[in-house]
Design a protein around this ligand. Structure first.
Ligand code: IVH
Length: 387
C-alpha cells in the first residue's frame, strides 16, 4: 500500500470505528459484533504503525491505551471549577428556592422558574476541552483553579467522544464526572481476590486513583465511565441547561437519560422533592453510585443574574443523601500488618450489600475503638460507608 492509499484507508477506518464505538457505548445499539470491531481496530493499528505520519492523536486506537504519562502536568482552568453548597432537607431546599425567587423577584409574578434535577454522580470531576471537534485536553479539578492534565487516560473512556459529529462550536469545554461503573468495580475486586491482593475500598476513590495512573493501558482495562453535567464556552447556544445537555447528544456525548429519569426539568419544589424521593429509594438499583441530587436553575439568563459566591454558584445546590446503613454480624477479627509495621484490627463481617458493593471487612482502627464500641464476636453491627 502506498502512503496516499494508507492515508485514505486510515481515515476510512477511523470514521467507521468512531461510528461503531458511538453506537455501542453511547446509543447502546451495536451494528457489528465485537469480533468485527476488533478486526477493524487491528487493521487501523497496523496501518498506524506502518505509517505513523498519519496516526491521529485522537485515533480510536487511543481507546486501548498505551500512552504513558510520567508526570501529570499542572494546567490552569479556563473556567474555575467550583463546588456546590449542600443541603440535607426539604426545608433547606425551600429556603434556597426562596433566595432564588427573591433575586428574581423583579420578573413577572406569573412566570414559573424552571429547575433541572440531576443525579449527583459520586466520582471525580473533569473538564474536557474540544477544539475544532477534537478532544484536546482533559483536566482534573485539582484546587479548582488548576488541575492535572490526564488527557491520555480520559481518552480510554469509551463514552467520551474523541472526535465530534454534527454542528459543534469551535472551542468549548464539557464538565462531567468520571466514575467506576459498579460491575467493572466488582470485576476488578474479583481479580484482586483471586490474586490474594487487598481489595479496593470503594468505587469513587478507585476511580480517582485510576485516573492518575501512569499507564493508560491499565486505565483502559478498568473501564471507567463519564456523565456530563455542564457545558462552558458555547455562548448561549440554547436557552437553558436542560436544552443544552440534550443538544450535546448530537455531537456524540452520552447524556443522562430523561426516560430513565436521570435528568428532569421541573417548576416546583414538590416536583424537586418527588425526584429526590424517587432516587433516595431507587439509587440502590443504579449501575453506579450517586451521593445526592443536584438542582439547578435552568435558564442561563437567570443563572447569570444569580451569580456566584466565592465558592459555589447561587443558581445550583446539592441535596446529599444520608449515609446508607446496613446490619451485619461480626464473625471474626484479624490483625493486619501495614507497611510501616502498624497493626490494625480488621472486622470480618457477614457479607452485605451496601451502596452497590459487597462489604465483608471493616477497619476497627485500634483496641480503644473496639472497647468504645463494646464489641464482641457475633454481635449485630451497623455498617455505614465512610467518606
Ligand atoms: S454541577 C459550579 N452537577 O459534585 C459547580 N456537579 O461539589 C457545578 N457533581 O465538583 C457542578 N454530579 O464534581 C454538578 N450533576 C452534577 C454533578 C456534580 C456530581 C460533583 C462535581 C462537583 C461536586 C460539587
Amino acid at each position: 500500500m502506498n502512503p496516499k492509499e494508507a492515508e485514505t484507508k486510515i481515515k476510512e477506518l477511523t470514521s467507521e470505528l468512531n461510528k461503531h464505538n458511538h453506537l455501542y457505548y453511547v446509543v447502546n445499539e451495536p451494528e457489528i459484533s465485537d469480533y468485527d470491531f476488533d478486526v477493524l481496530l487491528k487493521k487501523l493499528l497496523y496501518l498506524e504503525n506502518q505509517f505513523p505520519q498519519f496516526a491521529d492523536s485522537n485515533s480510536p486506537t487511543k481507546r486501548v491505551g498505551g500512552d504513558i504519562t510520567k508526570k501529570f502536568e499542572t494546567v490552569k482552568h479556563k473556567y474555575p471549577m467550583l463546588s456546590l453548597s449542600n443541603t440535607y432537607s426539604k426545608e433547606e431546599i425551600e429556603e434556597w428556592v426562596g433566595r432564588v425567587k427573591k433575586v428574581l423577584a423583579h420578573e413577572n409574578e406569573d412566570t414559573k422558574i424552571e429547575y433541572v434535577c440531576e443525579l449527583k454522580y459520586d466520582g471525580v470531576a473533569i473538564g474536557i476541552q474540544y477544539v475544532n471537534g477534537e478532544l484536546k485536553q482533559a483536566i482534573t479539578r485539582g484546587d479548582g483553579t488548576q488541575g492535572e492534565n490526564v488527557t491520555a487516560n480520559v481518552k480510554t473512556i469509551r463514552t467520551v467522544p474523541l472526535m465530534l459529529r454534527g454542528d459543534f462550536p469551535n472551542d468549548f469545554e464539557i464538565r462531567g464526572e468520571i466514575f467506576f461503573p459498579l460491575k467493572n468495580f466488582q470485576r476488578l475486586n474479583e481479580l484482586k481476590r483471586e490474586a490474594d491482593e487487598p481489595e479496593f475500598a470503594n468505587p469513587r476513590n478507585t476511580a480517582s486513583g485510576t485516573l492518575k495512573m501512569q499507564d493508560s493501558k491499565i486505565v483502559a482495562e478498568r473501564g471507567l465511565d463519564c456523565y456530563l453535567y455542564g457545558v462552558y464556552g458555547t455562548g448561549n447556544l440554547r436557552e437553558g441547561h436542560y436544552e443544552t445537555v440534550l443538544k450535546v447528544a448530537d455531537w456524540g456525548f452520552k447524556i443522562p437519560s430523561p426516560q430513565k429519569r436521570y435528568i428532569e426539568k421541573v417548576d416546583s419544589v414538590e416536583s424537586v422533592m418527588s425526584f429526590i424521593n424517587h432516587w433516595s429509594e431507587e439509587r440502590k438499583n443504579l449501575p453506579f453510585e450517586i451521593d445526592g441530587i443536584v438542582i439547578k436553575v435552568n435558564a442561563y439568563h437567570r443563572q447569570e443574574e444569580l451569580g456566584y459566591t466565592a465558592k459555589s454558584p447561587r443558581w445550583a445546590i446539592a441535596y446529599k443523601f444520608k449515609a446508607e446503613r446496613v446490619e451485619s454480624v461480626l464473625e471474626s477479627v484479624h490483625y493486619q500488618v501495614g507497611r510501616t509495621g502498624a497493626i490494625t484490627p480488621v472486622a470480618n463481617l457477614k457479607a452485605i450489600q451496601l451502596g452497590g458493593t459487597t462489604v465483608r471487612r471493616a477497619s476497627l482502627h485500634n483496641a480503644d475503638q473496639i472497647e468504645k464500641l463494646d464489641l464482641y464476636l457475633n454481635d449485630a453491627v451497623y455498617v455505614e460507608k465512610g467518606g
